[in-house]
Write a protein that binds this ligand. Sequence first.
Ligand SMILES: C[S@@+](CC[C@H](N)C(=O)[O-])C[C@H]1O[C@@H](n2cnc3c(N)ncnc32)[C@H](O)[C@@H]1O
Length: 497
Amino acid sequence: MLDFVIKETKKFLNGMPKSERKKKGQFFTSIETAAYMASLFTLGQKDEISVLDPGSGTGILAAAFIERIQTENIVKKIVLTCYETDNQVLPVLKNNLRYIKENSSIVVEYHVIQDDYLLSQANDFEENILANPDPPKYDYIIGNPPYLRVMKDNASALSMPSVVHGAPNLYFLFASMSLFNLKPNCEMVYIIPRSWTSGLYFETFRKYFLKYGKLEHIHLFVSRDKVFSQEQVLQETIIIKVKKTNTPPERVVLSSSKSNEDFNSITEIELPYNAVVVGDEWYVFLPTNEEEVKTIQRVNMYKKTLPEIGIRMKTGIIVDFRQWKDLRKTEEKGTVPLFYSQHIKNGRVNHLPSGKEFDWVVDSNSGLIQENKDYVFCKRFTAKEEQRRLQCGIYLASDFPQYTKIGTQNKINFIERADKKNLSLNEIYGIYAILNSTLFDMYYRILNGSTQVNSTEINNIPVPPLSDIGEIGRRLIQSNDLSTNNCDKILSEVAYG
Ligand SMILES: C[S@@+](CC[C@H](N)C(=O)[O-])C[C@H]1O[C@@H](n2cnc3c(N)ncnc32)[C@H](O)[C@@H]1O
């Protein structure tokens, strides 16, 4: 059955350019991933079950689900509902479902709804006056939703305001709607990007999704980009199994495999629920081995965040393409140095001319420049292949004594006291040591799968007390060695107690 669907999908793919499908957020699940997703459901002996596959494409996921039921011979009848809007894939879907019905050893009743999965039910979701008093609910939902960022005034975005913050991606609107469509205590398995697990942008969604649903199993792909290897999707993707309940399970299973074609060598760990869903922001941590688990536990033992000890990471002020009129390539009267990520090198900040960039900014616009005082700078963007996400440098005002002001480009973050007074030299070096340590870099990478370093997330990481930070800095200055090894050593001596 699954083989037939895959064969038909391949035929469809041959006649449909990827660029066309991308516009619709259309990427198909591999046979191995579909079978693995179906295997995650908790199934028992039953006469009849209802199953939903929203955004079904060619029906790969529905086929995998039915194949599992059939093999285990535990259910007599399946009532399957598929939503799909793409007129080009719909004939393939219908043909596949007909084949499944005719060739299955269990009774399959299917309904293809050629309508927008979100808009057709948005009234029910938001429970306004037009809502259906008895919206359809399902026993099982299996999904690979469209990955498509839409404008904030897109009809789908406007129709689900309770989970939207800014311009949403359809994938998390689908996930919210599916949770809504589940019967109480029933399960959904979804393959989605991992981006929603952290960050302010997804907080509204996280708080809805994890309030009404509880994560029971998360599967990660350890090597990135392999999830849709045939499809070459560059998003980092995870599989989640979520139960619709208010009660968190004691433990969550975190499994990982190398790619979407290799589910034979799966590594599994189990963690307490509150080690995975953490803090007031409801971040979801995704460790894949014991070392990463220890890292999370280690850092989460610290009680306060940077803002709670009066310090903040902020994003650099100058956006090149907006302020280009105020930028200069060479120093002129009335200009001050502008700092970029290229100026962060070996733990310090220089101002060597980059050649390509505007290295100076006029000092007449006070909103664009800031005090020349000591900071810790941190790159906002790093390349995927680079080992570290947190790449920092100590900026000392004494290296640039001729200026009272400087500029920072918005591709770096800087750290200062929340009241803008000066941090002591020990504190500056101490903050650098923490961010330059292996512990914090690993913690950040477990928290955030992307290559960006967001100040909001750094500001939410627990850090050692300020007195310890000062002591770490003092020892770092004394040692005259800014390397990560030395930062690790000093951090463990002072703040692992
Ligand atoms: C990522 S694909 C997944 C297809 C299939 N479930 C699979 O796993 O291979 C998402 C599908 O959702 C469909 N789709 C996009 N927006 C939709 C909407 N608003 N309502 C229903 N289907 C939609 C697309 O045409 C596409 O076929």
